[in-house]
Design a protein around this ligand. Structure first.
Ligand code: ADP
Ligand code: MG
Ligand code: ZN
Length: 551
């Protein structure tokens, strides 16, 4: 049977997606593979289909025992003999399974890593007596401390290649973080692996960020527009998942909570109900979702700020696995960012904490974007993408933009004149020609002093923030954050790179005749929320920083 025939016969699909076919071919040729594909991209098929075609046993390492059953059931339904081994099975069940394995009656065996390499383990010697033809490591990023979902028991998988030197290993993950990728390859000891990176773009998902004001009200109005649709709402804390689920129930929504602190029975029950569409909404911490294959999740809402782009992207990726239009909505408040910075600092060691803060910072930048969110996400994953996706809130909003190159040049030259020694507020004072004696006396002889007096302080803050987001400026420094130029600054200063800013009510007075839209109308339309974010951000929660220090 060819891969194409097996795809049709066992999985009922007519075409391969992404690089599935090439990946499968490599495994069939007994080569090690690392496959990176977005969540919902179709990673499972990359080892399931070879498992069907190869004459022998495929071992699948998967982190969550709870989910193995679902996967195994659905394979069995498709006529593919699969089984899992876990501690909840009775000795009788285990004996039965061993018999089946001995008689080559199982194609895929799902295991948690600690099963394979736990203490006093007799499993590996037994498996070696069988004809193991493929080892698949799902959610392979769990092996890396750099990843967002480290599981210490995954480290045991380093022994795999020693125990099964001739068996091709396929590592699968949706993590695009370079550091994590490198770490996975090293830790797993793969032999000259072929690395497949699929596009991470999930074209059917629309990304939106709105300023978090009264989150419950905002959520209700979002949900009311989607009464029969299924979705996941992510919260930061366990308690808030329970509170929110209860409040949603009070409002008549079929919602349940899910977090790691609930007892297994409740977790299983809620997850099951969600999968069966008995419960439309699951309100969860990030403990929910890995490996869950529910195809018709129409939206993923983040009520609280995620800690990093990797996690956020993986969570939003759970929407729209069926390829139909789906939404990702994030409620952003600078206050959340402050809270997370605090956590990042006290958690872990210094190095770890620096990495976490940087990642958080990238997350905040995403929320504050005034350009295409999808482009930012793709660039984050090192993928080039044109600047206008047409299906994120920024692209969907027809902002009035104006050529802000001159403004940008003023800001950059001020930073340069000040020898990159001062913070945002000082630079703005300088630009505006502050009457402050000290600043004035020190700099008034410079030609640049006061060149930005026509622009308000608030607007300057916004422009500078945007310049930082666009990497034309950098905030850095130990303790006292200082603005510095970047490699790209000179492109703007020389006029080679143009910069555009978005008009707001205040800038409109300067740049257009148009009357500002009515406030109430703005609030009622999701599309226009970028403007609100700009307002919210004028609170001094100015936290775009690329180094360890966050304000
Ligand atoms: P991942 O593990 O990458 O998050 P899954 O393996 O769970 O994604 O697959 C996501 C969905 O895509 C599943 O519903 C799966 O059946 C479906 N799928 C996988 N490959 C194909 C294909 N070639 N054509 C159509 N649907 C596919
Ligand atoms: Mg998967
Ligand atoms: Zn876009």
């Amino acid at each position: 049977m060819t891969p194409q025939e097996a795809l049709q016969k066992y999985f009922g699909y007519s075409k391969f997606r992404h690089q599935q076919e090439a990946i499968i071919q490599h495994v069939l040729n007994k080569q090690d593979v690392m496959a990176l594909m977005p969540t919902g991209g179709g990673k499972s098929l990359c080892y399931q289909l070879p498992a069907v075609l190869l004459n022998g046993l495929t071992i699948v390492i998967s982190p969550l025992i709870a989910l193995m059953k679902d996967q195994v059931d659905s394979l069995n339904v498709s006529g593919i003999p699969a089984a899992f081994l876990n501690s909840a099975q009775t000795p009788e069940e285990q004996r039965h399974l061993v018999e089946k394995l001995k008689h080559n009656q199982v194609k895929l065996l799902y295991l948690a890593p600690e099963r394979l390499f736990g203490q006093e383990n007799k499993l590996v010697p037994f498996l070696k007596t069988l004809n193991v033809v493929q080892i698949a490591i799902d959610e392979a990023h769990c092996i890396s401390q750099w990843g967002h979902d480290f599981r210490p028991e995954y480290l045991m998988l380093a022994q795999l290649k020693n125990e099964f030197p001739n068996v091709p290993v396929i590592a699968l993950t949706a993590t695009a973080d370079k550091l994590t990728q490198k770490d996975i390859l090293e830790k797993l000891n793969l032999h000259r692996p072929a690395v497949f990176v699929s596009s991470f773009n999930r074209a059917n998902i629309t990304y939106r960020v709105i300023p978090k004001k009264s989150s419950f009200k905002q959520l209700i109005s979002f949900l009311k527009e989607r009464p029969d649709e299924s979705g996941i709402i992510y919260c930061l804390s366990r308690k808030s998942t329970e509170d929110l689920a209860a409040d949603l129930k009070d409002e008549g929504f079929a919602a349940e909570a899910y977090h790691a602190g609930l007892n297994n029975e409740v977790k299983a029950k809620n997850q099951e109900a969600f999968l069966r569409d008995d419960v439309k909404i699951i309100v969860a911490t990030i403990a929910f979702g890995m490996g869950i294959n529910k195809s018709n999740v129409r939206y993923v809402v983040h009520v609280d700020l995620p800690k990093n782009i990797e996690g956020y992207y993986q969570e939003t990726g759970r929407a729209g696995r069926d390829g139909l239009a789906s939404e990702a909505l994030l409620l952003y408040s600078p206050g959340d960012a402050g809270k997370l910075q605090h956590f990042a600092r006290i958690e872990g060691n210094e190095e770890q904490s620096r990495i976490m803060l940087n990642k958080l910072n990238d997350m905040v930048k995403y929320c504050q974007l005034q350009s295409c969110r999808r482009q930012y996400l793709m660039n984050y994953f090192d993928e080039a993408f044109p600047p206008n996706c047409g299906s994120c809130d920024v692209c969907l909003t027809e902002f009035k933009r104006f050529d802000g190159t001159l403004i940008a040049q003023k800001a950059l030259s001020a930073v340069s004149r000040l020898n990159e020694r001062f913070g945002v507020n000082y630079v703005i004072d300088f630009l505006r020609g502050s009457k402050n004696e000290k600043i004035r006396e020190e700099h008034k002889q410079l030609k640049t002093y006061g060149i930005g007096a026509d622009i308000s302080k608030v607007d300057w803050q916004r422009y500078i923030r945007e310049l930082v987001t666009l990497d034309y400026l950098l905030v850095t420094g130990d303790g006292y954050p200082v603005l510095k130029l970047t490699n790209q600054s000179s492109l703007v200063l020389k006029g080679i790179q143009k910069v555009e800013f978005i008009e707001t009510q205040t800038t409109e007075e300067h740049h257009t005749e148009a009357a500002p839209p009515h406030e109430a109308e703005l609030l009622s339309r999701l599309k226009n929320t970028r403007r609100d974010i700009a307002e919210l951000e004028n609170v001094p929660a100015y936290i775009i920083v690329s180094d360890a220090t966050l304000l």
